[in-house]
Ligand binder design. Structure first.
Ligand SMILES: *[C@@H]1O[C@H](CO)[C@@H](O)[C@H](O)[C@H]1NC(C)=O
Ligand SMILES: *[C@@H]1O[C@H](CO)[C@@H](O)[C@H](O)[C@H]1NC(C)=O
Ligand SMILES: *[C@@H]1O[C@H](CO)[C@@H](O)[C@H](O)[C@H]1NC(C)=O
Length: 343
């Protein structure tokens, strides 16, 4: 421990003590005029427990960037009006939600150390759940059964490798599902059955193909992100390739540019990783030549036909007329649009 040796240092030491908020001191609060709720800001105060001295009518509670390792909704029962809770950037390994928070709509748990999905009973009004950048490696069937009103679910940046077919069962209201930047290698055919998503993020995974029938028949998405996967461009990709051709206006990328984060329609963004001869080529430019009609019903690997005879590895050829998007001035400057023709 350093001892102050001059009046200046002594003053500095005093100031830094005064700047820290002790367990009994209140967190600053103000009315959030947009959301018309009392917002209490306990972020960045080095807290390891949820403070008790909070206004009873707290509607939004910010507890980000503290040292909370375990939280139970039992410690929030004195806040019956709580609608939004931000616990991001702590060291949370455990969250218990048995004690009900009947009005809680939004729960932010990103940048914590959760390895398991918290049990989510006691939160019937939840519509937005953010679990991005945790350590979740597995979801059980019906994992979100208790929060059937979710409209937004963010699981970006976890360690998911696969998912059970029933992972999102019952989420009839879900509009935005973010599974990007995980380690997903395979997805089951029925994963999206019963969902009516606007936005699906699958970018930044280890997907080589998607099973035939993966996207609900006749459903139009507003945004689908597929870039950053090692797509294997053989007959096993015929289903996805055809889907991309039919849904080119829904295929988007997001990237950092000098103008900030750009979201652009880019049907060329899903790119083949293998076989070598197609490496780096946009999936949409390929046309499967898979022999007889029945051959599109290949198994997931796309290496065998139904009869068990091997399919040649070189099963895709360039479409004669490469895809030429027309574009607005804003997308014209996007380097992804190499073949972009000014409209
Ligand atoms: C909450 O407080 C922290 C630390 O004082 C501050 O950095 C942050 O901007 C505040 N957030 C809001 C939304 O007021
Ligand atoms: C996530 O899990 C990995 C492997 O078990 C571990 O090395 C890492 O420290 C964990 N990260 C966090 C934030 O707990
Ligand atoms: C959805 O919300 C309504 C009212 O907000 C509630 O009564 C119902 O239990 C919720 N549904 C689920 C599955 O939690």
């Amino acid at each position: 421990m350093l001892c102050p040796t001059s009046p200046h240092l002594a003053l500095l030491a005093l100031l830094s003590v005064a700047g820290a908020v002790g367990p009994g001191e209140p967190c600053p609060s103000e009315m959030n005029l947009i959301k018309d709720r009392l917002q209490v800001n306990c972020s960045g105060k080095g807290l390891s427990v949820v403070p008790l001295a909070l206004p009873r009518n707290t509607g939004i509670l910010l507890l980000s960037t503290n040292r909370l390792a375990s939280v139970s909704t039992a410690s929030l029962q004195h806040l019956p009006a709580l609608a939004e809770l931000d616990l991001s950037g702590n060291a949370l390994g455990v969250l218990h939600t048995e004690a009900p928070l009947l009005l809680l709509q939004e729960l932010i748990l990103s940048h914590n150390a959760l390895e398991l999905l918290p049990t989510l009973q006691g939160l019937p009004a939840l519509t937005r759940l953010t679990l991005a950048h945790n350590n979740i490696s597995e979801l059980l069937p019906g994992a979100f059964r208790d929060v059937g009103n979710l409209t937004e679910l963010n699981l970006r940046g976890n360690r998911l490798r696969t998912l059970p077919e029933e992972a999102f069962e019952g989420l009839a209201e879900l509009k935005d599902l973010d599974l990007s930047d995980n380690a997903l290698e395979k997805l089951p055919r029925g994963l999206l059955a019963g969902l009516e998503l606007n936005t699906l993020w699958l970018s930044g995974n280890q997907l080589r193909t998607l099973p035939s029938g993966f996207f609900p028949e006749g459903h139009m998405f507003a945004y689908v992100y597929l870039a950053g996967n090692p797509w294997r461009c053989d007959c096993g990709l015929a289903y996805l390739q055809a889907w991309i051709v039919d849904n080119d206006i829904s295929i988007y990328i997001q990237e950092l540019s000098s103008d900030g984060l750009l979201t652009e329609n880019d049907p060329q963004s899903p790119v083949c990783d293998s076989p070598l001869k197609h490496h780096g080529r946009p999936v949409i430019q390929l046309q499967p030549v898979c022999g007889k009609a029945g051959d599109t019903d290949l198994d997931i690997d796309g290496t065998m036909t139904e009869e068990g005879t091997p399919v040649p590895s070189a099963t895709a050829v360039l479409v004669k007329q490469p895809y030429k998007p027309t574009c607005t001035p804003s997308v014209y400057h996007n380097t992804h649009w190499r073949g972009c023709m000014p409209a």
